[in-house]
Design a protein around this ligand. Sequence first.
Ligand SMILES: [Zn+2]
Length: 437
Amino acid sequence: MKTLITILLLSTFGLAQAADLTVDVSFPNASATKVAVDQQARTIQFSPIGWAWWRFKVTGITPGETIRLHTKGPANKDAADLKAVFSTDKGKTWRVTPAATQLGAQVVGANVEYAVTVDADEAEFAYFVPYTTEMARAAVEESVIQIPGAKAETLGKSKEGKEVHAVRIKDTGVPDAERVGIWIQARQHAWELSGSWTVQGLLGWLATDEAAPLRRRAEIVVVPVFDVDGVDAGLTMQPVNPNRLWVDDRPVIYNKTGNGGRGTLESYAEGPADAPLKPGFIRVQKPHEPFPQISQAMKLIRDLDKRGRGLAVFLDLHNYAYRGTDAMQFWKVAQRADLSEAHRAMFSRFEQAMQSVDSTPLRVRMVTHEAYAGLGKDSTAPIMAGRWVMASCKAPVALTQESAMQQADLPLQDPPQAEHLRRGALLGRVISKYLEP
Ligand SMILES: [Zn+2]
């Protein structure tokens, strides 16, 4: 009995000592909504803005205590094995949390729990290691120092007036007439940050001796963060999907209510651009108004295609899943029937290049995504970047590269972004192999 009283006293004393947990979502790239803190249970309940991305700072932690995060599970059947990340050094380094547990329906509005023991009085928590506009700027600066022939480039300013950072690499080598163009961009969709980490890995690889032959015969443009406004705002994705607005100066009509109300362009109105709108459909009159960087990217891609041997490779980096079996999938976004013999041959050579590069334990695969392949088939249809590039440039292999944020059979370990950096190097090797003379 005496022991029990002591324990009760100690725990009461302990509770009295614990400061209130405070959640901060006010800084750039932070994202959480419906935040509710149970100070006694040391539990923070929240939802991401949109369906995926979340990041916030917590203060008032008693070092050594376990904080519980309750959030809506991502749209993945095996969400219970997911890990999140946390940082106790103001976002400089990140560690993985223990795997989530499924809570079932007993917590309203939340169904996954991350229980994290924190050895500091404040910490940041996020779905995955953040990659911000500021980090894109730093990556470009670092590339200019590390990669021979690299220069800082910009796609101009976003709607909110933020610089869209890029790097252009053109090392001394073959004459301009013999050069090929390469364009790689990530983060049209703000939450899909493994694309930016892949770019970071690719830039690291481009600085190595192994990349010298590629640097000497190509002109390469790399964009680490495309939707800078969405990334800084901590959005899962912009209300209007930039990757359906790659059109030349015409309105786009799309179904705003589809895809669980998230807005999708997979279902779009057919017919003339001035046709009456069906319920739920909206017309975007000036598709590049929300994303001036699309106009600038189109111009720079066309310029690249006009020079030397033209644009040879275009890759648009995305995430197909929170958890998937393949580290990388290359999605063809042109319809099979549309493909010229020349394009078919290019895709199959690219596939051979993929297979020739050792991707163990990361897996790479090329797939045709029929739903996306249908986009752009008539005059009002929205168009994805890869498809616009295929239609507008001489002979590129244009692919949407989709990756799993966490690979199902490769549990996330510290440092969490390591596999993503390896994917970037792998990507460099595939492109280099594909362009080998
Ligand atoms: Zn995407």
